[in-house]
Design a protein around this ligand. Structure first.
Ligand code: ZN
Ligand code: ZN
Length: 357
């Protein structure tokens, strides 16, 4: 949520050559208006914002929205939006090309008055959302706390014989106990060779001894998310696994050390990759170093090879290098951090020592 957003957006209308912006992505609508319901459109014009929703949300919209007029439509929201566009004689309507279903685009196009046209826009609101307000950072911090407290609460119960699904269920339960409204994504718990799958689904098999156990979890609290990965070992790790863990940890710390306002996203990615290359694991690092997060679990910037976005103070990002070896397993270490002028603040308080159980 950002109460200064309206001005920032409408100031860009001239260069974008639009008279209005129809926002269809729910997280963007929430950011601009506070509305958290599941069915909405937001028409942004220089004169003000109008939120369209349906009668299920009349009370909710009245209670939680800011900076917008609310119109409750009985029919399709697109038709209601098109009516207002006609009444206000708005001509050039921007829409979110990555966020509007073709079906709805078609409906909007068909309902537009004569002389009005549509213009496909890139991730405009997402660009604004990259830098968080102090209020948003406070919410992310609270989500991180729920996340880490839940991890701590579940750790003593992890032992050979419990299943990945049971561990995931406990983690999600404890996150709610600690104030989260839900997990921010499906909790990943992967043991042994299955941990080499970056996005493994927890399974019904009991976890064994002398195995890696990778846990990737996040909490949503007041709409904002956290993201954390820790890799544990059940038993006593051998030399190869210990070496792998040290390499990933060194890479993760190098990534954190590289974060600072003004540095580009791809430079942070290079910092983690450089360490893993020196340790001989660069080929086993198959994803990017991290991503922005906030109202959504994956937001720009992407800390990958091609993203030249300059980091700015107030951006919330993850640093999460990993190494994955088929047949053996995967190790990933992930923290949620906030960019500052001189470096970054690591929000995640959970230890990164190699936890062995
Ligand atoms: Zn994660
Ligand atoms: Zn992540």
């Amino acid at each position: 949520m950002n109460t200064n957003a309206h001005e920032w957006v409408t100031e860009r209308f001239a260069e974008l050559k639009i008279d209005a912006l129809l926002v269809s992505a729910l997280p963007n609508i929430r950011y601009l208006s506070g509305f958290t319901g599941s069915n909405a459109l937001l028409l942004v014009t220089p004169g003000g914002n109008t939120l369209f929703t349906d009668p299920r949300y009349t009370l909710q919209a009245a209670g939680e929205t800011f900076d917008c007029a609310v119109k409750t439509a009985r029919g399709p929201l697109m038709a209601a939006a098109a009516q207002l566009i006609a009444r206000r004689r708005l001509k050039r309507i921007g829409f979110e090309r990555g966020r509007l279903l073709f079906d709805l685009w078609q409906r909007l196009k068909d309902a537009l008055p004569l002389g009005a046209s549509l213009k496909a826009l890139g991730p405009l609101i997402e660009e604004l959302r990259m830098v968080k307000t102090p209020e948003e950072i406070a919410r992310i911090r609270a989500a991180v706390m729920a996340n880490s407290l839940a991890f701590e609460a579940v750790l003593p119960g992890i032992r050979p014989g419990v299943t990945e699904s049971e561990i995931a269920a406990e983690l999600e339960y404890q996150m709610r106990r600690h104030g989260a409204e839900k997990p921010s994504f499906d909790t990943i718990v992967a043991s042994g060779p299955r941990s080499a799958m970056v996005h493994a689904q927890p399974g019904a098999e009991p976890v064994g001894t002398n195995q890696l156990l990778l846990i990737d979890m996040g909490a949503t609290r007041n709409g904002y998310v956290s993201d954390m990965t820790r890799t544990l070992f059940l038993g006593r790790p051998g030399r190869k696994i210990s070496k792998m863990y040290d390499a990933v940890l060194m890479a993760q710390l190098a990534g954190i050390a590289a974060v600072r306002e003004g540095v580009t996203a791809d430079a942070v990615d290079r910092a983690t990759r450089r360490v893993l290359r020196a340790e001989g694991f660069d080929k086993a690092f198959v994803h990017s170093t991290g991503h922005g997060l906030g109202l959504e679990i994956h937001e720009p910037p992407r800390l990958g090879k091609k993203d030249k976005t300059r980091l700015r103070a107030g951006m919330a990002i993850t640093i999460e290098p990993g190494v994955y070896v088929e047949g053996l397993g995967g190790i990933r270490i992930e923290d949620t951090v906030v960019v500052t002028a001189s470096g970054c603040e690591v929000l995640t308080p959970t230890t990164k020592e190699f936890i062995t159980l």
